[in-house]
Design a protein around this ligand. Structure first.
Ligand code: HEM
Ligand code: HEM
Length: 178
């Protein structure tokens, strides 16, 4: 059964959304492991890992806000298939959007609360609504860390679904985003 058509008949997302999808994917696939590595690298390079992780992660916030804006200016191509699958896809996509904004916001606020304002790639200091706030710093860090693992789980479901459509069901779902 071909719910989503095939390579030639599938209706794709708009070009701007396809571009932003892969830009965010590339940024997140670099930012996530860098964040985890902070806890394991030697002290003399730790600050560099913080800087690159935080600067790339901060970029995700702005690209995501742009992406939400673009997404709201037009409809996504219609999704076919059983109602349960459409609901599952919609839920995972919605949660991915949510966590891709929560991650950089929690990380940014956590670093400021710990007393380390973000120097974006060492170029300029980013204004923050929150100054040093030791009372909530560890809560914000905990939100950031928990969200990171939830995001990884969502990504695993997302990738699993993409592979399922492409390899097992052999429909055109993957081409919607290429
Ligand atoms: C999409 C964006 C981001 C992702 C996916 C991400 C992911 C991660 C991950 C996986 C970790 C390791 C968690 C652990 O050890 O269990 C981490 C740690 C960290 N991240 Fe991020 N991060 C993002 C954005 C940011 C931003 C924008 C900042 C700050 C401006 C930031 C600051 C930190 C800091 C300081 C740590 C290490 C210490 C801590 O947990 O407080 N992150 N991040
Ligand atoms: C690396 C391999 C990846 C593949 C093969 C892939 C594949 C896809 C496909 C086929 C769609 C279209 C689904 C549809 O409209 O029915 C899609 C949408 C989406 N992807 Fe990915 N993706 C990848 C990575 C990522 C990553 C790393 C993220 C974020 C962490 C992500 C977040 C999203 C979101 C939020 C949507 C929904 C777009 C919308 O409806 O506006 N993807 N992806």
């Amino acid at each position: 059964m071909e719910f989503a058509g095939n390579r030639d008949t599938v209706v794709r997302h708009r070009p701007a959304l396809r571009l932003l999808h892969w830009l965010v994917a590339a940024l997140v696939l670099a930012t996530w492991p860098l964040g985890l590595m902070i806890g394991f690298v030697k002290d003399d390079v730790k600050l560099d890992f913080y800087l690159v992780h935080e600067s790339l992660g901060f970029l995700v916030l702005w690209v995501m806000l742009l992406r939400v804006g673009v997404r709201l200016t037009g409809a996504a191509p219609p999704v076919e298939g059983p109602a349960l699958e459409r609901a599952a896809a919609g839920t995972v996509h919605g949660l991915l959007y949510l966590f891709l904004i929560l991650m950089p916001v929690s990380g940014f606020l956590a670093t400021n609360a710990h007393g380390f304002p973000l120097q974006w790639f060492g170029l300029f200091k980013v204004w923050s609504p929150l100054g040093k706030a030791p009372d909530i710093a560890w809560t914000l860090s905990a939100i950031h860390e928990w969200s990171a693992w939830i995001l990884l789980l969502l990504f695993a479901l997302h990738l699993g679904a993409a592979l399922f459509h492409h390899i097992l069901r052999r429909d055109g779902t993957l081409y919607r985003i290429l």
